[in-house]
Ligand binder design. Structure first.
Ligand code: DC
Length: 223
């Protein structure tokens, strides 16, 4: 049976960095489910479908096929066979995906793929509803969070390095807005699973968080 580690939490808590690092250390595969939701948004933008029009999005879902593959250990997302990994991280896609991921048909489209990957492989899977909905039987569930301010400062520094400029106040506002949307949607809202371990990374660096989760894994796996 495969070993599944579910890491959920709000945007900017460090989930993807930590999940990727942990997966590498454990020789598990890293599954970034947010990237799959982002790829759906890319499809909508490429095809002129308004992301806020739930009926149109639901209809479009019939034409969307998302799959993933790995290149040098890095997850690549294929949208109808085309690698769209390079298009997923724009500010526009980040902003719109929160709304797109609240649509039931979109969640239904992606959940089978996520479940299948975890059934067949040892995975570290990160997202918003992995421990609560997708992998309720995961052997280890972590709810990784940090204060809004800490998360905004992290994003600010990343953007500053990438673009040479960034606006902390607007980043903080966008993070708070996405948190609210992700936590208050009707279907599969972001919340801590009852049996998840809470890890607050506000005062911890990446290595400390990774070490803490690896320790939990070793305990659960009886190593
Ligand atoms: O983790 P991320 O920032 O790449 O996620 C992008 C959006 O997708 C985020 O607003 C919440 C949503 N999402 C989700 O609803 N369920 C998941 N399992 C993963 C992401």
């Amino acid at each position: 049976m495969s070993f599944n580690i579910a890491i959920d939490g709000p945007a900017g808590a460090g989930k993807s960095t930590i999940a990727r690092k942990l997966a590498k250390e454990l020789s598990f595969i890293y599954v970034d489910t947010g990237a799959m939701y982002r790829a759906v948004t890319v499809y909508l933008l490429q095809n002129g479908i308004p992301p806020e029009d739930a009926a149109a999005v639901e209809k479009a879902c019939g034409n969307i096929h998302i799959s993933i593959e790995y290149q040098d250990g890095e997850q690549q997302v294929l949208l109808n066979g085309e690698n769209v990994t390079g298009l997923l991280r724009t500010e526009e896609v980040s902003r719109l995906t929160s709304g797109v991921s609240a649509i039931g048909a979109v969640r239904a489209l992606l959940q089978e793929l996520q479940k299948e990957l975890a059934a067949k492989n040892d995975v570290v899977m990160d997202g918003r509803d992995i421990g609560t909905n997708i992998l309720p039987g995961a052997q280890l569930k972590v709810y990784l969070t940090a204060s809004v301010h800490t998360r905004a400062v992290r994003r600010y520094l990343e953007e500053l390095e990438r673009n040479g400029e960034a606006d902390l106040a607007s980043i903080e506002e966008n993070i708070a807005k996405r948190d609210y949307q992700d936590m208050h949607r009707a279907i599969a809202p972001l919340c801590q699973a009852e049996d998840a371990v809470l890890v607050d990374s506000s005062e911890m660096d990446i290595q400390a968080v990774t070490d803490a989760i690896r320790k939990l894994y070793q305990e659960r796996a009886g190593l």
